[in-house]
Structures are given as C-alpha cells and as structure tokens.
Design a protein around this ligand. Sequence first.
Ligand code: SF4
Length: 300
Amino acid sequence: MLQLLRDLGAQLAWQRDAGLLDTPSQGPLPVASVVAAPVPVSVSAPAPARAEPPPPAPVAVVAAPLVSAPPTVPVPMADPVLPEPVKVPPPAAVVTPIAPANFEGRAGALRVIQEEVRACRACKLAPTRTQTVFARGNPDARLCFIGEGPGADEDRTGLPFVGVAGQLLDRIIAAMRLTEDQVYIANIVKCRPPNNRVPYDEEMSACTPFLLRQLEVVKPEVIVALGKTAAGFLLEDKSTMTTMRGRWHSWKGVPVMPTWHPSYVLRVRDDPKSTARAEVWTDMKLVLERLGLPVPSPRG
Ligand code: SF4
C-alpha cells in the first residue's frame, strides 16, 4: 500500500509539474497530504467500521428490557380498563329479552318457580329422578288438586297425574263437569321417590316451599288434598284420612277438602266393602257447592 501511495504521489507531482492540475505549485506534495486525499476512495473500508460504533450498542440495550419486560408490565393493570367495557353489554343483552317478554302474570311467575325446581338438587330425590314434575292445568284456576309426588309415568313425562291414577283423576274432574283448563294440579314433592314410596319428612321440607309459592301465585279458591301426605302437610294434621275427609279445613284461609288419593281408590276398587269411590264423589260435590258450581246429577 505504501508503494501505491508513493506511486500516486509521484503521479500527482508529475501532473502538477506538467500543468495538468489547476493547483498552485506548493512544492513536492508531502506524503501526509497524499494519504489524506485517497482515503475516501481507496482506503474506505477500515475507516467506516470504526466510525459507526453506535449501532452495536443499541442492540445490547434493547435486549435487556425484553427479558425483564413481562414482570414489569403487569397484566392486571390492563384488565380493569379494557375488559370492563367489553363485558358489560352481553349480560344486558341476555337479561333484557327474557324478563318483560315471557315472565308476566301468574304464568310468568310460575315459570320462574318451575325453572328453579328444574335446577333443584336440594334433597336425595334429585339423583334418581328422570326429570322434575312441576304442575299442569291453568294458573288462573279457582280449584287446585294437590297430590303426593310423581310416579313412574310422571317422572317420564314431566307432568303430574298422567298415569293410571291421573286418568282416574281426569274422570273425576270430567264428572264434575270441569276440564283441565279449569283446574291446577301439583304435588308435594317434584321428584319421584324411588319405588313410589312416601316422601320422607326432610324431602317434603326441602320441596314444599316450591308448592307454597305455587299456591300463593295461583291463589285458588278451593284446594283438594289428595291423600294423607298432601292433607297432612297442608293442614299440619297427622289424623287419618277417614277422620279428615268429608269436611272443610283451612290453609291460610283457603278452604281445603281432603279426599282419597286416586291411587288408593284404584287399589281398593275390587274390595266390595270399600266406599272410597263413593266418598270421593261426595267430597267433590261439596267442592262444587263451595265454588258455587252446579252439582251434576248421578245420571247427568
Ligand atoms: S324433590 Fe323437590 S327439593 Fe327434592 S330435589 Fe326435587 S325439586 Fe328439589
């Protein structure tokens, strides 16, 4: 390289002496000035490498913050700001259409209770049920029939009194010249007791708040208690059905007529000594009279 510089200097000196350069004669060019001139042209590589130290430094500086960033940028700080406005609208959109549109009046109030019953697992009858059995009939009915609990058919269909006993109840209602649209039918417990056993006290205690709320919504003028379990609960009376039936009792001021459960009537129907069927009809005539409705003649 030194030789190159010397040759270049000699070339420049010759050009200057030959008048080819428009440069005042300054005598022989010093080696230093010759070196300074060609640096940008022929010896450019080393110089920029030393002249640009800044780039490496930022790389090292940036790397450090990236490692420590996660712990120093707390996620929770972003949550209260961002998610809240996003989460508020969905609940409002879900609740608004349900309440005013579908839950008005007695039917709406009963629908609310029914949904609670459907989700209920408050007693040991829940694990063995197929489904809960809430009620059937008219929420505006003047007359309520209250039974004991669902059987196999009711557990399967989700409706009370739809099996053989239910068919007998329907015939009794028809004999009274009433229809399903004129009565409301429910049970003491909403889940089927295994093997159709009588519900235990703790099961009735857990479930009857639902029935009480149903009755408070329907506000019947007369209640017929079908069997000892229903009559015993409503009247808080452990007397026998023979003692209770055929005369008026009261539940919170509402007249209650206990009578034989249709299942019992079916059980004793082949017993020539049984008067259960006739006694049920006697009780129903009293109910019709209490409601101010005509009592059909036996042949009517
Ligand atoms: S019987 Fe009544 S209290 Fe028991 S799980 Fe069924 S709905 Fe709930």
